[in-house]
Design a protein around this ligand. Structure first.
Ligand SMILES: N[C@@H](CCC(=O)N[C@@H](CS)C(=O)NCC(=O)O)C(=O)O
Length: 208
């Protein structure tokens, strides 16, 4: 498999972390969605990352759908989204909130950097959405007693939250005071010291 995308993308990073945790061998192409768009386009006309090229040449896009595929490659009890309800929809919801928040952080960054005139209305909307998600996730995490969000084993929800927070704070330093979200700050710090999080990581590089 070939994973396309820089690890400063929270979406590419969650896929890279999952590949390592599942022990699935892969090659990494740290291509930029802007600087390397011409390289990405033959695989993905959206020129977005993550893009995963399978060994048979099939191409998967969108981190959630890629993780869905990777989960199908491991035994059910190892899959990082639970296969049974209600655990499955609870984990999916946390992951969706986290990746949705990351989407808004990306959108806010593009608004601030790529438009000649920034829309204050759009930027404010993104900020409200980001903080709204953090409020909900903070309450949820604070109510959980396990080492990880849903018990004693790491899952996609844990990874989604940590990678989204890292992106948010790298791309928008000072936008959010993590002291106001102690459970989330603790959660992210605990994951970021794990070897796989240290290996599958990259300093944020602004699109150029
Ligand atoms: N929903 C997608 C979001 C992927 C995404 O937004 N990736 C960004 C990089 S962080 C990207 O490719 N941006 C370039 C673009 O949207 O044109 C996923 O989960 O994979």
């Amino acid at each position: 498999m070939i994973l396309i995308g820089q690890y400063d993308s929270p979406f590419a990073r969650r896929v890279g972390i999952t590949l390592v945790l599942y022990g699935i061998p892969f090659q990494h192409r740290p291509w930029s969605t802007f600087g390397d768009a011409d390289k990405i386009r033959p695989y993905n006309p959206l020129t977005r990352v993550p893009t995963l090229v399978l060994d048979d040449g099939e191409v998967l896009i969108d981190s959630h759908l890629i993780l869905d595929y990777l989960d199908s490659l491991v035994p059910a009890d190892q899959a990082m989204f639970p296969r049974t309800e209600p655990s499955r929809h609870r984990a999916l919801k946390v992951a969706a909130l986290a990746t949705g928040m990351a989407d808004k952080a990306v959108s806010l960054f593009y608004e601030q950097r790529l438009h000649t005139e920034m829309s204050g209305m759009w930027a404010d909307r993104c900020r409200v959405q980001i903080v709204g998600v953090l409020d909900v996730l903070e309450k949820d995490r604070a109510a959980q007693t396990g080492e990880f969000w849903f018990g004693d084993r790491i899952g996609h929800a844990d990874i989604a939250v940590a990678t989204a927070l890292r992106f948010l704070n790298d791309a928008h330093p000072g936008l959010v005071d993590m002291a106001g979200f102690p459970a989330l700050a603790w959660h992210a710090a605990k994951l970021e010291v794990l070897p796989v999080f240290k290996t599958i990581a990259q300093e944020f590089v602004a699109p150029a």
